[in-house]
Write a protein that binds this ligand. Sequence first.
Ligand SMILES: [Zn+2]
Length: 117
Amino acid sequence: MHEMSVAQNIIDIVLQHLPDQNAHTVKSVNVKIGKMAGIVPDSLEFSFRVIAADTPCMIDAELKMQLVPLIIRCNGCTKETNIDDPVFMCPGCNSADVTVLSGTELQVSEIEIEDTT
Ligand SMILES: [Zn+2]
């Protein structure tokens, strides 16, 4: 499952930012998920829980997912459009010469850490 490796990546990133895994626990992890990132939120949540259960400092960590809309900008008429389907065409002038502004990202945006002591 694709989401399993994504969840593993997220947890790896969190652990890299954790100063001391024995002295801190992770309360929550915020991730930004683009609509076009190819992630199914429920699957990611499930995978995250499976891996977090084996990671002592992350057992209680909450995964907060922020879904980022897919936005394109037309290079012809500069119109910006929030599109629902991956049809990369400007609805204003029907040009296919567009730039994707957001919607493909998958990134850890915030990690909340708590002292265990
Ligand atoms: Zn246009």
